[in-house]
Design a protein around this ligand. Structure first.
Ligand code: SDX
Length: 424
């Protein structure tokens, strides 16, 4: 494609243009600052790309999401989470033997060092599990410092994937004052997590296959989403050559925000508020439209999707299926569906292309599974781990990658004399 041309104060700069494998066009603006001294300004990076990537493709207009070229609809139906982790991190679906070996690695690295259990004693019982998860993941770097050669990184990737679910389950047990339940080697990734969450030493516990399959689908649907806030955070932190655990811990913190992964917890709190207010969802739709109120419909809207988030479509269907299979009737699901119906018929939402996103229905399923609301964003983080790792690795393996260091436009005081405190 022909170069782009940008003219400023009489200087015209030709800027190379690149086209991605799905026809997306990007203009390399590197030369422009050299020619004119001017930078591009794009608060929130809504129109700016930070990198090229082969991990995930999203078409926001068409509502398409593909992991390494595979449609999310197919993967969510057919695959198991370890298979999706392997695909995202290595770029190809594993053979049977490769998957067997990967599963075995994840199984045999799922324990955390016994001394790490002491860290939990320092947290108050009310500690938010996202704070525990990010601190414990960063602390893994004290037990597994990254070596200079690739072997440590590959092993640390397996350790992180395997241990994060154990840390998450221990955080839950800590919050309810129950003893930690250790991983069991004969269980699948999802079943192991369910067992560590809900088993108690006093009696035998059988993992309900409905919970195992629902969790498997939820983890897959959250596994990656290209350059979202937390993944961009992982890339920025990793670009300074910070180790894997430190980079991922930063991503966990970014995900915690209510505008990002923290939204799934806020959605449930919003639905409960509406239910307790006589199911007056029209009042809350009106509030969400009112510029003078800071109320937003949590779980609605997306920076990229200007159509239905394909994950929300899959989760809405899974809600009905999982709740029916578990024999759970949740009034919040009816509130969610009514809210969606009213909002999607309202021009304020339609004009702004505001549709339910991945967080709108996921919490209903987590609730039906018995997972407490403050663990919802931890569940999102467990799912997003392979995506974060895949992007961290892609960035670190890219010879063209430099440390991330955006520019700014200064709007503060111009130069002024310093006056001694005794003369002020
Ligand atoms: C995730 O990026 C990813 O891929 C993220 C994610 C992933 O998988 O990693 O998909 C996961 O984070 C999903 C999003 C979860 N967050 C929420 O559900 C919180 C509620 N949604 C919003 O706060 C908002 O929609 C965002 C944060 C998701 C997107 O914000 P943008 O792109 O910055 O859009 P904006 O805030 O500029 O809104 C544009 C307009 C504004 O109105 P106007 O100024 O044009 O009049 O839409 C309005 C906003 O007021 N708007 C909403 C709204 N979201 C946007 N109005 C009411 N309710 C909402 N939820």
């Amino acid at each position: 494609m022909a170069n782009a041309k940008l003219e400023l104060n009489g200087t015209t700069t030709e800027l190379p243009v690149m086209t991605g494998t799905e026809g997306e066009v990007g203009i390399d603006i590197g030369k422009f600052r050299k020619d004119t001294g001017a930078i591009m300004l794009d608060p929130g990076f809504g129109n700016t790309g930070s990198c090229t990537s082969a991990v995930t493709f999203i078409d926001g207009e068409a509502g398409i999401l593909r992991y390494r070229g595979y449609n999310i609809e197919d993967i969510a139906e057919e695959a198991r989470f370890p298979e999706v982790c392997y695909l995202l991190i290595n770029g190809q679906l594993p053979t049977k033997d490769q998957l067997e070996q990967f599963r075995e690695d994840l199984t045999y690295h799922s324990l955390i060092h016994e001394d790490m259990k002491k860290f939990f004693e320092g947290f108050p019982p009310t500690a938010h599990p996202m704070a525990i998860l990010s601190s414990m993941v960063c602390s893994l770097s004290t037990y597994y410092p990254e070596g200079r050669d690739g072997e440590d990184v590959e092993l640390n990737i397996v350790r992180l994937l395997a241990k994060a679910k154990t840390i998450a389950a221990f955080a839950y047990k800590k919050s309810i004052g129950q003893p930690f339940i250790y991983p069991r080697n004969e269980l699948s990734y999802a079943a192991n997590f369910v067992n560590m969450m809900f088993a108690v030493p006093a009696e035998p516990y059988e993992v309900n296959p409905v919970l195992e399959s629902a969790l498997n689908k939820l983890l897959i649907l959250h596994a990656d989403h290209e350059q979202n806030c937390s993944t961009s955070t992982v890339r920025v932190v990793g670009s300074s050559q910070a180790n894997l655990f430190a980079s991922i811990a930063a991503g966990i913190c970014a995900l915690w925000g209510p505008l990002h992964g923290g939204a799934n917890q806020k959605v449930i709190e919003m639905l409960e508020l509406i239910k307790n207010d006589g199911n007056d969802y029209k009042k809350y739709v009106a509030l969400a439209k009112d510029k003078d109120s800071d109320f937003r419909l949590m779980g609605f809207g997306h920076r990229v999707y200007k159509n239905f988030d394909p994950r929300a479509r899959i989760l809405k269907k899974a809600c009905d299926e999982v709740l029916a299979e578990l024999g759970v009737k949740d009034p919040l699901l009816d509130v969610a569906k009514s809210l969606e119906e009213v909002a999607l018929s309202d021009s304020y939402f339609k004009d702004r292309n505001l549709y339910p996103n991945v967080d709108f229905y996921s919490g209903i399923i987590y609730r039906a599974m018995g997972i407490p609301t403050n663990m919802f964003t931890v569940m999102f983080a467990l799912g997003r781990l392979p995506g974060w790792i895949a992007h961290w690795k892609e960035m670190r393996d890219d010879p063209a990658m430099r440390i991330s260091r955006p520019r700014q436009i200064y709007t503060g005081e111009t130069v002024r004399e310093f006056v001694d405190i005794n003369k002020r």
